[in-house]
Design a binder for this molecule. Structure first.
Ligand SMILES: NC(=O)c1ccc[n+]([C@@H]2O[C@H](COP(=O)([O-])OP(=O)(O)OC[C@H]3O[C@@H](n4cnc5c(N)ncnc54)[C@H](O)[C@@H]3O)[C@@H](O)[C@H]2O)c1
Length: 414
């Protein structure tokens, strides 16, 4: 049995708990949450079992976003074991009844908490983005390697059906050589000036690393890299249109405000190692109404185009990618991707991590992949600051770090 400690009674926590519950229901994993660390004991108790802590807060979003998952108690995930609750990671480590941790804290804490837990011999599964800077990410990756520990990143892109099938389409030659890619959107529930996900830290450089370039950029680059291979170069512009953001009550009165020192908008052009080029964009700004790139992610190749799950060949023939994959792929492959028909990407990521811990290996979304995605995402703000194209390898190696220097200095990483 994997004994899991969860750090951070975060807004993203319910989605992970639902994922673990799905794995237990399907008989796919043997895991119990044995420790829960919150900033306050009440916060932790509000997730332990009904009636113990304060009334749970409602999700901050609606729809299919992981932040829209309804509240769930750990006692509903597995009634046989209740976690010990703490307000400090060291207290959890002292007690010692955990094998691995799931870190759900604001980005600035990822590397220090991960390093602390790895020192204690624990495997680490950390929410994206891996770390607050590339240097902080390297420390995590090196420490995991040095100690032979599993380091997973909760990046769902490569576990989702869309990404699996688009990669299959590219790998199996349906598109031919990749030529162009587009993905993005501007505006949404936090536009033009709401505090994103009610988390002020997302708008402060020393806490979040960057704005959406990191928060959303790592997801976008995870997809780009998974389907199209390594990214060579990024040329981007970023802007901050809302210098202050607000949380308002039902009557529209401001109840919280935050001064913003990161971008809220970016447009990034990239070049793949294979020669393909693409455009990513995102904004927490945008007045009026949002605009989403229709049918994104879109991949153009020399034989046709993939628009989401639709494949349109050069001669105009239209095929549904799921139907085509169902015809051509053996059932065993579907079971590798979606064991026992579990399709929830939070569940699948955790399963991959738990299996990696068991075999003393690394999951697909591991620290090294997370670090590369972090370097691609930081390339957006590094390029904006430099007003020039930047090579991802230079961001990864630390040769390009002007944007991140302030962060690295603040956390003693240089
Ligand atoms: N994969 C996804 O789709 C997705 C979606 C949302 C968030 N996330 C990631 O999840 C993480 C958390 O994001 P969130 O939106 O849930 O933020 P959040 O602010 O709701 O959660 C952070 C939690 O950490 C707690 N915390 C802060 N300092 C702590 C400390 N020293 N010890 C213990 N707990 C502490 C806070 O009290 C809070 O509960 C981030 O890395 C974010 O990028 C991922």
């Amino acid at each position: 049995m994997l004994r899991l400690g969860i750090v951070g009674t975060a807004r993203i926590l319910p989605s992970h708990l639902w994922g673990i519950r799905r794995l237990l229901a399907a008989g796919l994993a043997d895991v119990r949450v044995t420790a829960l660390v919150g900033r306050t004991l009440e916060g932790a108790l509000s997730f332990r079992q009904r009636g113990e802590g304060p009334v749970p807060r409602p999700p901050v979003m609606e729809g299919s976003d992981p932040l829209a998952a309804p509240h769930i108690y750990i006692s509903d995930v597995h009634p046989d074991v209740l976690p010990d609750c703490y307000t400090d990671v060291d207290a959890m480590l002292e007690r010692g009844n955990v094998d691995a941790v799931l870190l759900l804290t604001p980005v600035l804490l990822h590397h220090t908490q991960a390093l602390r837990c790895m020192e204690a011999g624990l495997h680490v599964f950390v929410e994206k983005p891996l770390a607050v800077s590339v240097r902080a990410g390297w420390r995590m990756v090196r420490e995991a390697e040095r100690r032979g520990l599993t380091l997973g990143v909760a990046e769902g892109m490569r576990y989702e059906r869309g990404g699996r099938l688009q990669r299959w389409a590219v790998e199996s030659g349906l598109l031919g050589r990749v030529e162009m890619m587009m993905m993005g959107g501007v505006g949404g529930p936090w536009s033009p000036d709401r505090i994103t996900a009610k988390t002020p830290w997302r708008h402060r450089k020393l806490e979040a690393g960057a704005g959406p370039a990191l928060d959303i950029g790592v997801h976008q680059f995870a997809h780009v890299r998974y389907v199209g291979g390594e990214v060579d170069e990024v040329t981007a512009v970023a802007a901050r249109f809302a210098p202050e953001r607000f949380d308002r009550d039902a009557e529209g009165r401001v109840v919280e405000r935050v001064a913003v020192d990161v971008e809220d908008t970016y447009h990034a052009l990239f070049r793949l190692r294979t020669g393909g080029v693409g455009h990513l964009a995102f904004s927490w700004g945008a007045h009026g109404e949002p605009t989403w790139w229709p049918e994104a992610p879109v991949w153009y190749g020399e034989r046709g185009v993939l628009k989401g799950q639709r494949l349109i060949a050069g001669d105009g023939t239209r095929t549904d990618l799921t139907e085509l994959a169902q015809e051509r792929l053996p059932a065993a492959q579907w079971q590798v991707w979606f064991p026992r028909d579990v399709t929830d990407s939070k569940a699948l990521q955790f399963l991959d991590f738990a299996r990696a811990v068991e075999r003393r290996g690394q999951p697909e979304a591991n620290g090294v992949e997370g670090l590369r995605e972090l370097a691609c995402a930081f390339a957006i703000v590094e390029s904006d600051q430099a007003r020039a194209a930047v090579r991802v390898e230079d961001v990864l190696s630390g040769r390009v770090d002007a944007y991140q220097r302030e962060i690295d200095q603040a956390y003693g990483l240089v």
